[in-house]
Design a protein around this ligand. Structure first.
Ligand SMILES: *Cc1c(COP(=O)(O)O)cnc(C)c1O
Length: 355
């Protein structure tokens, strides 16, 4: 740390992203919930030499074409769509715009690690609500809270979901507060709350191209919500970095939306591979938390969570281990291709035989 960093940031604990090994090709990478499939063919052909030549020009800060395509896909108007550089960027804007001295925040104690970081970054008082024993969220904990509420649905790293009725109850009982549903994993079998954004003026749904749309490296997130909330988010975006979605990402994303069926098909394959992996792990005596995401959260009484993670890493298979006490016996395993999951199961079998 330099002597120049101002005091409010000196204690800040930054987010730790999952490992991205330099010799990545040698690994089976099941640690950051990326898609094992490449982007659709149209995305690959959208990045033309012509598009690259245009990089000398600024990109469209309004992302008009992409907003229209997404609005059509989700049955909303373009003014209900906000786009930014990854959904992390949007969540940052949410804490910046809708939480502060006069509005406190609330989110589940075990959830996406970035919520805590943003709360600390923006010095927001954040109530972290414990999960039930089985890792589920009790929606009643969030009714009439009088705070800005942020919930990942499916939740991470558990993969568990709230029903749409439960989300509606949270939204209804907090009419004077914003409820943000982070749907990073919604395409893998959960129900989206997007339709509720047309009824309620206090609901914002955040999604991303990083997981189900195979574009984690392109950095694109979007939010769907009432026009006034989208305007507020745009105010913040235009006060920081209006050009935060580059030209190539916009071109790629337009093509991806045009080929939505390709991605939904790949999500189905991931869901099948998830079923296969869950059964195989249960046969090996694992406890598997029920997941509607492209990952599963698992533990075995036969081997310590961290030890399994390290032994798999020795075999060039990366999964995600979290050291925080309540979940340190668990590992989060991204669902990849069938071949990757077979290799993973074989390695786990081998390791269990050793210990
Ligand atoms: C991966 C993830 C994000 C971030 O996605 P980006 O769009 O890549 O920034 C947001 N929320 C949750 C719950 C995630 O798991």
């Amino acid at each position: 740390m330099s002597k120049f960093l101002i005091s409010k940031y000196t204690g800040l604990e930054a987010y730790t992203p999952g490992e991205q090994p330099r010799d990545m090709e040698q690994f089976i990478k099941l640690n950051t919930n990326e898609s094992p499939f490449p982007p659709s063919p149209g995305v690959i052909s959208a990045i033309t030499g012509e598009e690259i030549e245009k990089l000398r020009l600024y990109c469209d800060p309004d992302c008009i074409l992409l907003s229209k395509k997404l609005a059509d896909l989700y049955g909303v108007a373009p003014e209900n769509i906000f786009l930014s550089n990854g959904s992390d960027d949007i969540l940052n804007f949410v804490f910046m715009s809708f939480c502060g001295d006069e509005v406190k925040a609330a989110f589940p104690e075990i959830s996406y690690g970035f919520y805590k970081v943003y709360a600390q970054l923006h010095q927001v008082d954040a109530l972290q609500i414990p999960l039930r024993e089985d890792f589920s969220i009790d929606f009643r904990d969030y009714c009439g809270l009088n705070r800005t509420i942020i919930i990942a649905n499916p939740n991470a790293p558990t993969g568990m979901t709230l029903s749409i009725e439960e989300i509606e109850e949270i939204v209804k009982t907090n009419p004077d507060n914003l409820v943000v549903i982070d749907e990073a994993y919604v395409d893998f079998g959960a129900e989206s709350a997007v339709k509720l954004t047309k009824i309620y003026s206090n609901l914002l749904v955040v999604q991303t191209f990083s997981k189900s749309r195979s574009m984690a490296g392109a950095r694109l997130g979007f939010a769907i919500g009432p026009k006034e909330i989208i305007e507020d988010l745009n105010k913040i975006k235009y006060s920081t970095n209006p050009y935060n979605i580059n030209r190539l990402t916009q071109a790629a994303a337009c093509a991806a939306v045009d080929e939505n069926d390709y991605y939904m098909e790949k999500c189905k394959i991931i869901m099948q591979n998830r079923d296969y992996t869950v059964k195989a792990l249960e046969n090996l005596g694992f406890k598997v938390v029920p997941s509607k995401a492209n990952f599963i959260f698992v533990k075995s009484d036969k081997i310590d969570g961290e030890k399994l993670y390290l032994k798999l890493k020795d075999r060039k298979i990366l999964i995600r281990h979290f050291s925080s006490e309540k979940i340190s016996q668990y590992n989060r395993v991204t669902i990849g291709t069938e071949k990757q999951m077979q290799a993973f199961i074989n390695a786990v079998e081998e390791i269990l035989r050793e210990v």
